[in-house]
Design a protein around this ligand. Sequence first.
Ligand SMILES: Nc1ncnc2c1ncn2[C@@H]1O[C@H](COP(=O)(O)OP(=O)(O)OP(=O)(O)O)[C@@H](O)[C@H]1O
Length: 343
Amino acid sequence: MISIQGLSKVFTSNKSNTAAVDNLTLSIDQGDIFGVIGYSGAGKSTFVRLLNRLEEPTSGRITMNDKEITTLNKRELRLVRQDIGMVFQHFNLLWSRTVADNIAFPLEIAGIPKAERDNRVKTLIELVGLTGKETSYPAQLSGGQKQRVGIARALANKPKVLLCDEATSALDPETTNAILDLLVNINKNLGLTIILITHEMQVIRKICNQVAVMENGKIVEQGNVLDVFLHPKQTVTKKFVKQIMGSDEEDSDISHVMNRYQNGKLIRLHFVGETTNDALISQIIKKYGVDISILQGKITQTQAGAYGTLFIQMDGNEKDMNKAISFVREETSVELEVIHDAN
Ligand SMILES: Nc1ncnc2c1ncn2[C@@H]1O[C@H](COP(=O)(O)OP(=O)(O)OP(=O)(O)O)[C@@H](O)[C@H]1O
């Protein structure tokens, strides 16, 4: 749906040049929730602002639904911008307008007649969960409610793409989760493609299906979220994954566990993707009559399913334990490794 080729933005100030976005090539599919993650200064904001030409590129091409954004004149750009909604970190609301009038603002600019505008605003207020707040002013709202207004306003002209620039960074964790849930609903129910930039891996984990990691204006790693979580290649990506899962060292630091549980087999289970195997543990206990103690682990959920590691101790009859191990290895998608065997 969106194709970006050789996109660059160079800022010149005090005779020094900064390549905020550096020769970036990327494609984004219809219906994706595409996350761009990077540390401060990586070029994320510049990148997202280039997409709707709030920032003019120095070079490169952006096409959206076969329309070349980068060559549009002002009038054409105004029309295309109706297809691209944008949500900002600090909401950018009009403080002298009520919630309803903030949401109606882009519709007024687009010349939508009053009756249609009112209808649309009513629907949007319901969609973002602000019923009852129509006549409140932004100053009377919480951060989460302000962002709901920002989202409703971004959706007013029925865009095809929603750009979110650190949309949850000013919010507390609980409010962040509620806003992320709202974005997923919008993506599912309206079929909207969402591009969001963030410095928080939790945001990527929770709602994105694709992720690109930015550093120094470049995309250094990209792929579906589970793959990137499982096999981070670049140091910067590994750091982001560590934000959520802790380090590999923590995972493998099970010597204390090995000392305490000396019977049976110490096993590491690695869960990946769509088969969460929720009932795996109880299934093997029932089926093979073995005892299982859960010792340590961390499993997390992404849009593509669960992944993570669990350390267990399995005890019982040797034959039964071996059958249970074969079952996991052969009939489930869970990877199993016996890391210590007392027998
Ligand atoms: N208008 C500008 N003039 C000059 N330099 C700029 C301008 N905007 C951004 N930059 C520079 O471009 C680089 C990328 O900035 P950008 O804001 O895109 O990064 P970011 O990843 O969004 O960071 P943050 O999360 O802190 O906003 C930085 O080095 C920044 O100083």
